[in-house]
Ligand binder design. Sequence first.
Ligand code: FAD
Length: 300
Amino acid sequence: MERRDRIAKICTDLGVNARIGQKMSHFTSLKVGGEIDAIAYPETRQQAAQLVHALNEAGIRWSPLGYGTNLLVKDGEIQRVAVSLRTLEELLVFDETRVHVHAGYSLPRLVNAAADRGLAGIQGLAPIPGSVGGAIKMNAGSHGYEIADVIETVAVARAGEVVTLKRAEIAFAYRWSPFTETDLILGTTLQLKHGDVAALKEEIKQYKQHRSATQPVRDSSAGCIFKNPGQGLTTGRIIDELGLKGKAEGGATISTLHANFIVTNGAATASEVFTLIDEIRSRVATERGIDLELEVEVWE
Ligand SMILES: Cc1cc2nc3c(=O)[nH]c(=O)nc-3n(C[C@H](O)[C@H](O)[C@H](O)COP(=O)(O)OP(=O)(O)OC[C@H]3O[C@@H](n4cnc5c(N)ncnc54)[C@H](O)[C@@H]3O)c2cc1C
């Protein structure tokens, strides 16, 4: 049986909705990426765990797909199944200062819902697009906040079952978590604290305004392409000082507003984005002696 037929059969047998042959450019904020075998949409945590277990058993490559805001997917055929948790049935439950939320939930929506209830601890994450699962995988952070700081537990799929890990078992680092390519994060419990509703909303508003002024938030991008290199240095400033702002390759351009962003015009290809990445890396290595590390995740 052909690979895509096998994928369709596994999904059908488990009652999971799947869309076969999807263009990843429609599912990433950078708007590049070729055709993937399938995107699967499990509706419960258990079903999600069973699906990825069945794909593992069948030797079919799969990857968790959040909202695609940190992804650079290559052009051409992508031989894998993207597992999206956008349609997980369980939504959002507040319990005193705790919140239980599934991995497919929107991070900005979660931050706003917490602020509405006077719950603090994640307000700095408000401008980060993407899902809760993607934020945990990337240990997303901004304005001095990191999602790892408020995590109490994380539920993941292991061998067809849902397993709950405690925060102490998860060694997060800057924009990094120990979750591997084949760990599907299903949900989390966050421990927040009491705050003032009006003050939280005002803080969120300030962060969003600051973003709009300093980053190309209305353009198609994947956020910062590279991590900061440490020692207080910022990659955006380094790229800017090398005069690379505005440099274009086909439909991809190094943002004139923030040099650590590559923005695309809807007609760009992943290979054009990779060309700009290679140029930035080689100039920064030659002229500054710094080996930049990608912040975006690459699907090849
Ligand atoms: C305009 C803009 C601004 C941004 N600003 C910031 C910022 O300030 N700080 C910051 O940290 N990031 C920022 N980002 C990057 C991005 O929004 C975050 O990394 C976000 O957390 C990614 O979430 P996602 O759901 O889109 O993940 P995706 O892009 O879909 O996936 C990213 C990675 O996480 C994995 N993943 C997704 N869901 C799961 C899951 N359920 N289980 C396991 N792995 C999973 C994917 O396989 C992939 O490896 C920005 C992006 C944009 C476009």
